[in-house]
Design a protein. Structure first.
Lengths: 240, 66
């Protein structure tokens, strides 16, 4: 399997499945985006430039209140613009391209047990989130299928977008969505930048190879999974 | 029927909220959403996929008009 390990990871199959759905939706842009991302991941996996170096944390990441204020200001200003307008499209596109560039320019780590698909640890209880997530997606899918089968009865089978869309006709609705979207994007990039992209899950309550428990609890996110753990901890799950 | 459909979304949303609360305030062995994402973000493929999914949500609702 070697350098095609990425195909054994869940991301590419999920993206390809979503691509099929966008074909059914007859949405060319979304299909190209999801399929293109799957191709990009495969191509990127062939690019091995060595282990990721220790990250340099930008000032904007270290000053969280400054970042929070910037996201709030961003949301308040962009919410003034009409949805699907040229300016909004430019801003959203710029945010996406910048985030993607930040991920891609980071050095791709040399094959590790994780990169090779042999996850060194598992997160206890991850399947609970996955189950509810899949059920939510299936509910959305059932609404979509019902819309196709009974096109005259679409109002009775709204997709999530149909319910959220009307909320975005007001400034407040757009501001809240932009705030959530911007905060989520900041958090994701913060995780990537501060983790070096190679050990983001080490404090996430994983099981796996024993590591020395930290002397001080890391409570960066308030998660109970940030507490010290080790082979003697009840949170520590043995192997696979 | 519309009410049932909307109720389904509400139930799913409440279930996700309940999981987060369970993770934060009980000893049930369930990770928080933040811990789950940090775990997923270990893989470079997931980093790219999740960033693109995040961007698509913004585009879908704001750039595309959903």
């Amino acid at each position: 399997m070697g350098r095609w390990h990425v195909l054994r990871e869940p991301t590419v199959p999920i993206l390809l499945l979503a691509s099929v759905m966008h074909v059914v939706r007859r949405n060319v842009f979304d299909f190209l985006l999801f399929f293109g991302t799957a191709v990009l991941i495969v191509v990127d996996s062939r690019r091995i430039t060595g282990r990721a170096s220790e990250p340099e944390v930008p000032a904007a990441v270290r000053h969280r209140w400054l970042a929070a204020a910037a996201v709030a200001l961003f949301a308040a200003i962009i919410a003034l613009l009409p949805i699907a307008g040229g300016m909004v499209r430019i801003v959203v596109s710029a945010c996406g391209l910048a985030a993607l560039a930040l991920v891609l320019v980071r050095p791709a780590a040399a094959p590790t047990p994780v990169a090779a698909g042999d996850a060194p640890g598992r997160l206890r209880g991850w399947w609970v989130w996955a189950t509810v997530g899949v059920v939510t997606c299936l509910w959305e899918l059932s609404s979509f299928i019902a819309q196709q089968v009974w096109p005259a009865d679409q109002v009775n089978h709204p997709a999530a977008s149909d319910l959220i869309g009307p909320l975005l006709t007001t400034w407040l609705g757009r501001a809240i969505l932009l705030l959530l979207w911007g905060a989520a994007g900041y958090w994701l990039l913060h995780q990537l930048v501060t983790s070096g992209g190679r050990g983001a899950g080490t404090s996430a309550g994983m099981s796996g190879p024993p590591q020395a428990p930290p002397t001080e609890p890391s409570r960066t996110d308030g998660s109970r999974h940030s507490q010290p753990s080790g082979p003697s901890s009840p949170r520590w799950e043995a192997g696979r | 029927m519309r009410t049932i459909t909307i109720l389904g979304y509400v139930v799913c949303g409440l279930a996700l909220l309940a999981i987060e609360l369970l993770a934060r305030f009980t000893r049930v062995p369930v990770p928080t959403l933040a811990a789950l994402f940090r775990w997923m973000l270990r893989r470079r493929s997931a980093q790219i996929g999740i960033i693109m999914a995040w961007w698509w949500i913004g585009w879908h609702f704001l750039g595309d008009g959903a």
